[in-house]
Every structure is written in C-alpha cells, then in structure tokens.
Design a protein around this ligand. Structure first.
Ligand SMILES: Nc1ncnc2c1ncn2[C@@H]1O[C@H](COP(=O)(O)OP(=O)(O)O)[C@@H](O)[C@H]1O
Ligand SMILES: [Mg+2]
Length: 126
C-alpha cells in the first residue's frame, strides 16, 4: 500500500472527527487447526471524510481480510478499528450487524475457475 502521512495515534486515543476510518495495529490471524495464518500484522490506516482510497497488493496479501474488517463482517484478533469515531473492533456480532445496515456498503469480486470452463468473475455489492 502506498503510505500517506498519518496523524500520530496511540492506544487510548480517540480519532479526530474528520477521520471516518481508522485502524490501529489491526491484526487478523486465522487458526487453521493448529497452524496460524497471520493475514494482517498490525495495519495502521486513516481515511478522512471525502477521501478516495484504493487498497492494492498481490494475491494473499490480506486485502479481502482488511475489507471484511472494515465492512464490519469480521472482528480482528487484536488492534483497534474506529468507524465514524465509534470503536467497533470489540463489538458483538449483533452490534456489528446493526452498524452494517446503517453505515457500510461494499463491492467485492469473486473469481471462479472450474476445469474445462473459462474463468468467470462475479461482482456483488451490498
Ligand atoms: N477464512 C480464512 N481462513 C484461513 N486463512 C485465510 C482465510 N481468508 C484468508 N486467509 C489467508 O489469509 C491471507 C490473506 O488472504 P486474503 O485476505 O484473502 O488476501 P487477498 O485478498 O489480498 O488475496 C492468505 O494467506 C490467505 O490464505
Ligand atoms: Mg481478495
């Protein structure tokens, strides 16, 4: 990811009001029956109101994992996620569902490869 200058943020701080999305040391591990996949290792992001941001990286670099967290579809293993000045990283699944209906929308791409068929791509938005 191309990095931009971030306002210093420490654990215990609250984001400035114009920061819509802030992650602090965002971490997501997947436990694969004993083997742990470290998908995100302490990601710091700050996105202000009216900013447009692209997340780019090779396959497996953690883009979808990050989008799932930002879209309140998943909770981090560690670290903080603040959405519109509300700390959402430690909310329950029900509370996250309420935030999803109110605040977030996303568009995702799924590519499918099956033997003998051309690869197909499906876009879904919500
Ligand atoms: N549900 C999951 N269970 C286990 N490992 C996963 C899961 N989702 C993603 N991963 C692993 O996490 C890493 C990041 O994957 P992902 O977020 O899908 O990256 P990208 O979207 O950039 O291709 C990869 O090593 C991937 O195999
Ligand atoms: Mg992906």
């Amino acid at each position: 990811m191309t990095s931009v200058e971030l306002t210093p943020f420490r654990t215990g701080d609250t984001p400035l009001p114009d920061v819509v999305i802030l992650t602090h040391k965002l971490t997501r591990d997947y436990d694969m029956g004993g083997e742990v996949v470290h998908a995100l290792r302490g990601v710091n992001i700050q996105i202000k109101r009216n900013e447009f941001v692209a997340v780019m990286g090779p396959s497996g670099s953690g883009k979808s994992t990050l989008m799932n967290l930002i879209g309140c579809l998943d909770t981090p293993t560690a670290g903080e996620y603040w959405l519109n000045s509300q700390k959402v990283s430690d909310l329950s699944d029900d509370e996250l569902a309420r935030i999803r209906t109110k605040r977030s929308g996303s568009c995702s791409r799924r590519s499918t490869c099956s033997p003998g068929r051309a690869p197909s791509t499906t876009w879904s938005c919500r």
